[in-house]
Write a protein of this length. Structure first.
Length: 292
């Protein structure tokens, strides 16, 4: 399927543009760009200060007109800064929002002998809307996956169709057992840009096979937050449907500085199964077309 405004991306090495490494992974000692959050070789956390966010399963629901509103997320700062938020793991949902009116396939249980968890390479990214360039900065979807926290994607509520939630679609280069999503929330180019733009407050994370999770984010300033899944999910695509946002000084439309996917590579048998499931129950659903 063709996506207007989608951005083809390459490997982490290509994204870094051959810059001299200034940071080494604590797990595998591989060199990484100083601004990277995850090791490009093994996916380990380079910063060591990621925060977990709350995750729960969510049943399918009809689309409703989004209302960006101020959330009453009052978090005790000292507790959250010193300890990750508790991840709430519930059972998988039975139906997905993109099941096309048919029952979703049964959940697939991950094998016990998965390879080491690492960064999952992406082939493409697409969003429903994108804010136009301004003051020499571009806010296209490519900024989500360029490993540069100084760049950011911005949604544009003026271009978003009535009744639609903003979405971010991530396409995996090869099928994988996804275990986590690392989100650098907001525009982190500067403290002023962070305060000006909105940030994701809550959303539904969809994966192939009708698997969905409700995710609640924290609004604690710069840094990455980890969305850890209760168990690995076999998928070829992911969709983050943004259902609520923390308002910024300039407006409520959210911005995101970066997204990384963690997981395990699928073997040939699992990859074949993943492709079959994606043909009838893809998380992307085919509506992530940028509105111009």
């Amino acid at each position: 399927m063709t996506h207007q405004g989608s951005s083809r991306i390459g490997s982490a090495a290509e994204a870094e543009g051959g810059a001299a490494p200034e940071r080494r992974c604590p797990r595998c000692d591989a060199p990484s760009h100083p601004d990277r959050l995850l090791c490009g070789a093994c996916g380990a956390d380079l910063a060591g200060d990621d925060l977990a966010v709350e995750v729960a399963t969510v049943p399918p629901a009809p689309a409703a007109r989004p209302r960006w509103r101020r959330r009453g997320f009052q978090v005790v700062g000292a507790l959250v800064v010193t300890a990750a938020a508790v991840v709430v793991a519930l059972t998988l949902a039975g139906l997905g929002p993109f099941a096309g009116g048919t029952d979703a396939p049964p959940p697939v249980v991950a094998p016990d002998d998965l390879d080491d968890e690492g960064a999952v390479r992406l082939s493409d990214v697409a969003t429903l809307t994108t804010r136009g360039p301004e003051n020499g900065r571009s806010f296209d979807a490519a900024a989500l996956v360029d490993d540069d926290p100084a760049t950011a994607w911005h949604a544009d509520g003026v271009r978003r169709p009535a009744g639609a939630h903003e979405v971010v679609d991530l396409y995996l280069a090869t099928p994988a057992w996804v275990t986590a999503l690392v989100v650098t929330n907001g525009d982190q180019a500067s403290p002023a840009e962070y305060a000006a733009a909105g940030r994701i407050a809550a959303g539904d994370l969809h994966l192939d096979g009708g698997v969905s999770y409700e995710v609640v984010f924290l609004d604690l300033g710069t840094g990455a937050q980890i969305v850890e899944l209760p168990e690995p999910v076999l998928t070829t695509t992911l969709r983050l449907e943004i259902t609520d946002a923390f308002p910024g000084e300039r407006g409520d439309d959210p911005a995101v500085a970066g997204i990384d996917v963690r997981g395990h590579a699928a073997d040939d048998e699992a990859a074949t199964l993943a492709e079959e499931r994606s043909r009838s129950h893809s998380a992307a659903g085919g509506v992530a077309v940028e509105v111009r």
